[in-house]
Design a protein around this ligand. Structure first.
Ligand SMILES: Nc1ncnc2c1ncn2[C@@H]1O[C@H](COP(=O)(O)OP(=O)(O)OP(=O)(O)O)[C@@H](O)[C@H]1O
Ligand SMILES: Nc1nc2c(ncn2[C@@H]2O[C@H](COP(=O)(O)O)[C@@H](O)[C@H]2O)c(=O)[nH]1
Length: 404
């Protein structure tokens, strides 16, 4: 059954002028969700400015400035806003680049509910919308020195177009061969702690005395490139990812013995004796947790490297029995710069406000939101885009229409 268009743009200063203190000076929209009105707008008069959200709580008759999580739209000239599933608002920004125009403002999703409960404040979360889907990331965990990095390097070397590495952040010092931005993002504890507080990390843990963490951007950037993301993280991190909304495959690599692990750490020669002993002490607890906690879908023993690598490939479907083509990366969406949007079931019709001369494809676009996946704190994936030809007979007129 069709639904009436829910898009509207109006001057809320008129609507709410009676005692309410709206900070916005430019363009706004408002959407009602339950007993709250979400007002989305810009806070200054410049033609391009930042997006802000204020909430009017109708039951308490109070304005609230919420805690904002996630990455919000950068360029902002105006927008259309549509409520989906009573828990998120689709925000289509005007004048943005094709890969930066669809956003979701989560107002009552599971993630937002959890964050509200944890912080005790009103919370909203932005998530960028992208077309296409992403393959399940692969979490590889296990004690230090077991060979996680070695196995991941082999996989990336053999399948360079298929896999991408999630570059973690760490406060530990770089080893001699390690490059910033390639092996890790080497950072200071205070900076990392602030980013963790701002919700930029999918998981983090204190490992062998240093802070390590996976930023949401690290995982999403790999998925955006059309590759399957591989995470090399410790058991605490794997546990956090398991509890998050990220749907991944969890693999634990176990050593044949602690003695072999010690030998490998000594042979690698990247840690002092004291650090090696600390890593070995932690290894015992990690092996116990890895094997019994139920976090992991698969456990592989890395005794003989080649055998372990073959087993890893098999469980990732890379033993030649399944196709290994990477997923196409997300495509941008060419929207008319100024438009009106309306919702019919799970389809959003985006129509140009000023009919485009010479570029009819920019007139009407349909965004199918029936297969959305993911969401804050990462991207919202699975958007499908169709163009409606404003002149269905144009092909005939061009003489290229074929009768079948
Ligand atoms: N099956 C194996 N047999 C013998 N040596 C191995 C095997 N697998 C890996 N190694 C060696 O063990 C050392 C540790 O491996 P690697 O650095 O990959 O471990 P890791 O699990 O990534 O460690 P960390 O968690 O500290 O980063 C390396 O020198 C590597 O060459
Ligand atoms: N929880 C996380 N653990 C991580 C992350 N990146 C790496 N690690 C783990 O830390 C240890 C030590 O690594 P090293 O490079 O200092 O030898 C190892 O077990 C890694 O798996 C992360 O982002 N989160």
């Amino acid at each position: 059954m069709g639904e009436a268009p829910v898009f509207y743009v109006e001057n809320l200063k008129d609507r709410f002028s009676n005692g309410f203190n709206l900070r916005f000076k430019g363009f706004e929209t408002s959407i009602d969700v339950g007993d709250k009105t979400f007002v989305i707008g810009s806070n200054n008069n410049d033609s391009i400015s930042s997006i802000e959200v204020q909430i009017y709580d109708k039951s308490r008759r109070k304005w609230v400035i919420p805690t904002v999580l996630g990455t919000e739209p950068k360029r902002y000239e105006g927008h259309s806003a549509i409520l989906l599933n009573e828990d998120r608002i689709m925000v289509i920004t005007w004048g943005s680049t094709p890969d930066d125009c669809i956003w979701f403002l989560e107002v009552d999703t599971e993630y937002v509910k959890q964050q509200k409960k944890a912080s005790g404040t009103e919370v909203i979360a932005w998530s960028k919308g992208v077309t296409g889907d992403a393959e399940k990331p692969v979490v590889i965990s296990g004690p230090s020195g077991v060979g996680k990095g070695t196995l991941i390097n082999m996989l990336m070397k053999e399948f360079p177009t298929m896999f991408g590495f999630s570059v973690s952040h760490t406060t530990r010092a770089p080893r001699s061969m390690e490059k910033n931005g390639v092996h890790y993002h080497f950072t200071e504890r205070s900076i990392m702690e602030k980013d963790i507080k701002d919700g930029k990390f999918l998981e983090f843990a204190s490992v062998h005395g240093n802070l390590y963490g996976t930023s949401i951007e690290a995982v999403e950037a790999v998925a955006d490139s059309g590759k399957r993301c591989i995470l090399d993280i410790d058991v605490q991190g794997a546990k956090s990812v398991r509890a998050s909304s990220l749907d991944a495959v969890f693999i634990f690599i176990s050593p044949p013995s602690i003695a072999k692990l010690e030998e490998r750490l000594h042979l690698r020669g990247t840690e002092t004796e004291e650090q090696i002993q600390k890593r070995l002490r932690n290894a015992k607890a990690e092996i116990e947790q890895g094997k019994s906690s139920g976090i992991f879908d698969h456990i592989l023993c890395n005794d003989h490297l080649e055998k372990c690598y073959d087993d890893l490939k098999k469980l990732l479907g890379l033993d030649g029995t399944t196709p290994t083509n990477p997923k196409p990366s997300s495509k941008g969406i060419n929207l008319p710069s100024k438009h009106a949007a309306s919702k019919i079931n799970n389809k959003i019709l985006v129509k140009s406000e000023t009919p485009a001369s010479g570029n009819p494809s920019k007139n009407s676009i349909v965004l199918d939101v029936s297969l959305l996946k993911g969401g804050a704190p990462g991207r919202t994936r699975g958007l499908n885009v169709f163009t409606i030809d404003p002149n269905p007979f144009s092909d005939c007129l061009n003489g290229i229409h074929k009768l079948s």
